[in-house]
Design a protein around this ligand. Structure first.
Ligand code: C6P
Length: 430
């Protein structure tokens, strides 16, 4: 996908998603809450950047696994073992197709994005990063794409450098890229889409520049894969990490995609069952890819649930999802900007449905609590991005984040309640 795919696609098509029908696929979306005064509130779920809700297809896949397939994988020759192994490996195939990887050998199941990045930092980093080397990140990274590199840099005597972001709109300042990519840069690891600003970073150009200098690139795609069509061959990234739970799948399952040549060169991440080929008392040899990186009994149900999520998203169509969310976000932004004292962090031209905001002097937690009292779930806090908050000179934001099952009506209700909060906390009527 090119960096300006959204602009191109939006100009050629006007997407209609059958959101009402889609919402029926998600049992939790009909949850109701009783307020202190006894009024019943419907759930408005705007915390999708933290985790997404699960459609019945995923819930059924989990139940079906435990009811009809439950066994360990790759170990047993009995019927259940065969069923479980088939379902687990079939999910790997679905994931490989979903991101257009060349082969299932490039798809390692992990606990999530965090574990996928730690795997690379540990197995690739500790082998290939030498004292004095530089690792280039951006200033807008989630802690999961910062701390593993801090640990590695400390261990190997390497240096971290950062592409800055602009405080005015939350975009990366790419103009001076040549200043940040030096002779010593050995890896670039950046977020494809920011979980604070919603910014979709121009990673394609970055990858091209990096490859011209022989530098591999890791994309933290935790917020991108769930929302944007992702083609790893077109992107040409060397590593890509994402989490199942942010794309309608279960928690505790995620993916590390890596080009085969990197996985071949890397040492195992953890040792144990299944990742070995032959074991002696004093040494061992490693299993084929990707099993070399999957020590111990994996999250079988999680992987199968992720396969069901991938089928579900593919049936709707990732392009449609992107375009619908794009329109919803544009609408939300324009409605939010109607409100006096509303400060939105992140106004990039290419952005996804993550909106961080601060309203006047209302503390983000108070705002989140007020919204919750009306049934609206948002996140408030530093969003696991403390350096971002520090640069912005704040401790926290309130964050609303959307998925394809959210509606314009929900946004209208959200705006109404934000306006009520404004009055409640003493800003008067507009
Ligand atoms: N961000 C949020 O509310 P895990 O926890 O491993 O599934 O994902 C970590 C992660 C890595 N990178 C980015 C860009 C992310 O947004 C996240 C998860 C959630 O913003 C939970 S902190």
């Amino acid at each position: 996908m090119s960096d300006n795919v959204l602009e191109k696609e939006i100009s050629v098509s006007d997407v209609i998603l059958e959101v009402k029908r889609i919402r029926n696929d998600f049992p939790i979306l009909s949850e109701r809450f009783s307020s202190e005064t006894g009024t019943v509130k419907s759930l408005v779920y705007f915390d999708n950047a933290a985790t997404t809700q699960k459609p019945r297809a995923v819930l059924d896949a989990l139940q079906n696994y435990y009811q009809h397939q439950n066994a360990n994988v790759h170990r047993a020759i009995h019927k259940l073992g065969e069923r479980a192994t088939f379902a687990y490996e079939n999910s790997r195939k679905k994931v490989a197709q979903f991101i257009n990887s060349r082969s299932t050998r490039e798809i390692v199941f992990t606990r999530g994005t965090t574990e996928a990045i730690n795997l690379v930092a540990h197995s690739w980093g500790r082998k290939f990063i030498k004292p004095g080397d530089e690792i280039l990140l951006s200033e807008m990274e989630h802690h999961s794409n910062l701390i593993p590199w801090q640990l590695l840099a400390k261990d190997r005597g390497a240096l971290l450098r950062f592409i800055p972001f602009s405080k005015s709109n939350g975009t990366l300042q790419m103009a001076n890229l040549n200043h940040f990519i030096t002779e010593k840069t050995r890896l670039i690891s950046v977020t494809h889409m920011s979980n604070v600003f919603g910014t979709i970073n121009p990673v394609r150009g970055l990858i091209q520049k990096a490859h011209e200098r022989g530098i591999p690139v890791l994309l933290d795609a935790a917020q991108a894969v769930p929302h944007l069509p992702t083609d790893v061959q077109e992107l040409d990234c060397d590593f890509l990490a994402f989490s199942g739970h942010k794309m309608c799948g279960p928690t505790g399952i995620g993916v590390l995609y890596a080009k085969e040549k990197f996985l071949e060169d890397m040492d195992p991440y953890q040792g144990g069952g299944e990742m070995i080929s032959s074991v002696w008392l004093d040494k061992a040899t490693w299993n084929e890819l990707p099993h070399k990186f999957e020590a111990g009994t994996p999250n079988i149900a999680g992987a199968i649930g992720l396969g069901a999520a991938v089928d579900y998203l593919s049936d709707i169509g990732m392009e449609k999802i992107t375009l619908y969310e794009q329109k919803l976000t544009t609408y939300a932004l324009s409605r939010m900007q109607e409100i006096t004292e509303m400060k939105i962090f992140g106004l990039a031209p290419f952005r996804g449905g993550v909106i961080s905001f601060y309203m006047g002097k209302i503390h983000p937690h108070d705002m989140a609590q007020y919204l919750d009292s009306e049934g609206i779930a948002v996140r408030a806090g530093h969003h696991c991005a403390q350096p971002v908050m520090r640069k912005l000179g704040i401790l926290a934001t309130t964050r609303a984040s959307f998925y394809f099952y959210n509606t314009y009506e929900e946004i209208d209700f959200f705006i109404e309640i934000v306006k009520k909060a404004r009055e409640f906390f003493g800003y008067g009527t507009q």
